[in-house]
Structure formats: structure tokens, C-alpha cells
Design a protein around this ligand. Sequence first.
Ligand SMILES: [Zn+2]
Length: 233
Amino acid sequence: MLKELKEQVCRANLELVRRGVVIYTWGNVSGINREKGLIVIKPSGVDYDGMEPEDMVVVDLESGETIEGSWNPSSDTKTHLELYRAFPSIGGITHTHSINAVAFAQAGLDIPALGTTHADYFYGAIPCTRELSKGEVEEAYESNTGKSIVECIKERGIDPLAVPGIIVKNHGPFSWGKDAAVSVYHAVVMEAISEMAIKTLLLNPQASMAQYVCDKHYMRKHGPNAYYGQGKK
Ligand SMILES: [Zn+2]
């Protein structure tokens, strides 16, 4: 079942290790088949070494039940499900504990848009979610984490594809994209721009970027008149 999606999701999980944003089992990637209403996600606590497409777990989008797989799904599965339910444009999700993005999470700060590398992928600051209440943590923690992400994006009026990532307070980054591979790409970019931002703020705590520079860089890649890259002839 979902052979191709399992291959994509497995490859995306291994890419996290290859790019150095995940150690041990600190991360997970999922992908969705919208027509079937099923997601494919990394198994919980299984080593990346020797991970195969058949190890991926199939979970029902609506019920959250495991449909197929010999392992339990990632412990963060319910967070992924909340995001897929709220944002139909999302096709893949990645979660990591990459060091520099986690530093923003632990500091409880947005990742500010300070340069063009950031603006090429994220149209404005990458938000940090609010703190969860004691009740939200003790009961349905993973679902509530997902709900706090959805709430933050909606409250700020963000298009999830224009800012394809978020920082969960005291926890770490989640990113997404049209498929699993793109969500990993965004996780890797998010870690790099987090490191750049921290170094920038060390040198100059007042550093900033004009909105028109942010607009220019985001729009030349993603706007209706995008002209970055080879494009269509
Ligand atoms: Zn985590």
C-alpha cells in the first residue's frame, strides 16, 4: 500500500541525517496522500541506520488509527495530523531538534527575517508558538502542540506556504512543503538561517532588513512574476 509515498518518506527521513540536522532518532518526516486520506510517517524510536520504506507506518488522516505497519508511528504523529487537517495545501511535514532552530524555541523567540537567504524561502519572520498550559501538556500533548501551531499561523494571518515553518516554544522546529522532500529542504534551510540570525544578533542586536528587500527576494522566487532560476522559456 502507498509504495511510492513510503519510498519518498523513507528517503526524506534519511536526507535529514545526511544533511546533519538530525542525530539519534531526533526527527521525523511524513507525507500525505490526500485522495486516500492517509499519511505515511517514520516509525517511533527506530534507528535511521538500515531504515527501509517498508518500515514506514500508514495512518488514517481523520481517525489517527494505524492502517498498516509493523512499528508504532512516530510519537509526534498527532502533531502532524493536526497540521494536515488544518492546511490542505501541505503535502509533507518535517520535525527536527536542529541546534540553532531549537535555540530560538528555547529562547521563545521568532526567527527574524534579517537577510536575503531567509527571504528567499520564508516571507517574513518565522513565528514561535505560545507556551502550552499545564492541562494542554498533561492531556493530548501532541495534538495540542499541533493545535498551538495552527492557532499561531491563523492568528498572525500567515499563508502556510509563504512561511513554511514554525518554532514550537521550548521544543523545536516544524516545517512543511508540497511534499516530504520539500519539507526536509525547508528544515535544512531553517537551521542554516537560524545560525545566521544568531550570529547576526550577536554582532548587532539591532540588525534588521527593510521590508522592500524581503519583498523583492521572496517575490522574485515565488511571486506571480517570479524570475529566479531557469524558469519557463
Ligand atoms: Zn521533538
